[in-house]
Structure formats: C-alpha cells, structure tokens
Ligand binder design. Sequence first.
Ligand SMILES: C[S@@+](CC[C@H](N)C(=O)[O-])C[C@H]1O[C@@H](n2cnc3c(N)ncnc32)[C@H](O)[C@@H]1O
Length: 378
Amino acid sequence: MAKGSEIGTPVERSNVSRKSTFSRKSMSSKADIVAADLFCGAGGLTRGLIDSGIRVVAGFDIDEACRYPYETNNKPAVFEKRSVSEIDGKRLKALYPSNSVQVLVGCAPCQPFSKYTQGLEKSMDEKWGLLSHFGRLVEELKPHVVSMENVPQLQRHSVYDEFLGTLRRMGYSISASEVYCPDYGIPQHRTRLVLFASLLGPIEIIPTTYGPDTYLTVEDAIRRLPRLKAGEICQSDPLHRSSRLSDINLQRIRNSKPGGTWRDWPIDLVAKCHRKKAGKTYPSVYGRMVWDKPSPTITTQFFGFGNGRFGHPEQNRAISLREGAILQSFPSNYEFVQRGRGFNFRTVGRMIGNAVPVRLGAIVGATIIRHVEEANRR
Ligand SMILES: C[S@@+](CC[C@H](N)C(=O)[O-])C[C@H]1O[C@@H](n2cnc3c(N)ncnc32)[C@H](O)[C@@H]1O
C-alpha cells in the first residue's frame, strides 16, 4: 500500500453521481485515454504516462529550455510555451479526440509549498495562484480524470483546500496519498503527494511493489556508469558530466565517507559556519551517497557537492547530471540539450530536479488505465 493509505488517507472520497460523457463502447484500448500535462517541464510525468500506455498530446510550460527535451523524448506530444494562467478550457478541449477519455495532469511549481520557503513566499504570490488555475481548467474542461502531484506540504495550505473544493463541487471521486518513491521502484528517498480525481467512479493508486528489503539502490541505478573526475565530461554521453570542485572541496570530498558528514573531516577543512555551535546542527550538506540505499531527494541543486548529500559514493566528485537523471528514473538516453548547442549546468539541473520521477508518472498512468478498465467493466 502507498504510505498515505497506511496513515489514514486517501484523504477524501466523495460518492457522487457520474456526470461523465464517457462512452463505454468507444473505449477499446489504452490509446483512447488521452492526456495533457500542465507545468510539463522536461517531461518526467509525460514520459511516465507514455511508458504506461497513455497517449499524451501536449505539455504546457513557460520555460523554453524544456521544449527540446519534452518534444525530443516524447514524440508526438507537442510543447506549448504558455503560462497555465493564460490557457482556457476551449484550448484544452481542442487537443482531445472525440470519444477519448480525457485526462488532465499537472505538477505546479513546488517551491511556494516546500518546507524551505514557508513564510518567504510573498514574491511568489503568482505561483501560489497556479494551482487555482489548474482548478479553473478542470472546471472549464471537465476532464474524466485528473491527477495532480506535488510536495506533501501543499496539504497545509488553503490553495489545496480550494482545489479539493472545486473537484468536490464538480462531483469528482477523489483520493490522495503520500507516496514514498522507493515503494514503487524509484531508487530515491522522495515523498510526494499524488492526487487522483475521477468522474468515472472511485479511484485509488495501484499497490506498491517494493519494500525495504527490495528497494532499488544508488548502486542499482548508477554504478555501471563510466568513471569521471570532477569537472570532466564523458566522451560518449555529454550529460554524464560533473561539476568542478575547488581545491578545498576536493580535499573535503577525499575525506568524506559514504553516509557521513563534514564532521568526519579534519577541523581545518570544516567551513567556518559549521564550526559555530548553530552550524553543527546542519550535517546534511557535503555528504556522499551510500551504494546500498536509495539516494537522497534529487533537488534542482543536486549537481553541487556542497548542496546536500550529493557526493558520489566512491569517486571524488558530485554526481553527474546523467546520474541525477537516472536517480529520477529518466531513461539513460533521455536527451536534455541538443548536441552542439550551449550547455547550461544550472538549467539542466533544474529541469532534472524539478521533474516528477518518470516511474512515478508510469504509476500514475497505470492507476488511470486500471481505473478506466474497471469503469469500462461496470
Ligand atoms: C515541478 S516542475 C514540473 C515538472 C514536470 N511535471 C516534469 O515531470 O518534468 C514545475 C514547472 O512549472 C513551470 N511553470 C512555472 N510557472 C508556470 C506557469 N505560469 N505556467 C506554466 N508552467 C509554469 C516551471 O517552468 C516548471 O517546469
């Protein structure tokens, strides 16, 4: 079971009449389930849906850098550079073939809701409103199935209650759970809120398939990749590149143990801020990963040794961009930047860290397919 179910969620399940225009006769295959992806980024969620057998027609995002990875890896889905606040239901409706089961998915930017930014969001007011636009689009389009992914902290904010209120008013059956990614075969310690809402009847995330004894590990995911030095780019895969390290950071990583902290270093290598009393309570930076466990959460800054526990388990460097992408369960040939074009470490790191793990997207897709098949049989 997903962790959320264990702790008493699904948070909500309303028994309501089905207002769907869904036609059973027309539903002959998975291909009739068609999705559009709001806040699509580089395509983690889209790719997972496609892997599960759902057809994705379009993704919307304001970041032009996402166009290349989104379209290159997810053909024939198209990338539309447009703010979700500027789309309307008519635009979305035109994307779906008639008689398809319409699915609307989205993962609004997480920063306004994450534990790192609470209380500092004033400048992010517009981003807070983006989930309301998702709700507005549900009202305008009335898709058969909705799925939303975000950080669990979102549940503490009124914008989430408003989103639920919209779905409830419109007669959706709703379930939401906190999903621990390793439980679904993702080699990464990451917990996400995954919500489903359907006009076709009750919907529940599919059961988990992994447990603590079978979790995929950092070793399973990245040990096979070619060795690399800090600052080096792999000849055969330009995404397998790691950031440069200053002399002091090279000395620090040489003194770092897998799963350890800067407390393992000789005192002269410890940063001044960490030598102070308050700093001693922050051991979760400058760490190395451990081979035999899932990785820490891959953030948008994962390529920096000083930004978390992002050191390679045994090589003296931070993990490479490719290694981060694989820990996010992107296929190992997923392209993020066109060869020969300028390469920006931060931009690529942001797209990878921001992504919904591809495998979680596939779990979302499998859940929707099972749900539609069940509705078909009723
Ligand atoms: C958490 S990421 C989504 C990741 C994506 N679902 C994936 O799996 O790769 C949020 C995305 O929202 C995009 N974004 C931010 N503001 C937006 C807006 N007003 N309209 C559309 N997209 C926006 C960001 O550029 C970012 O790519």
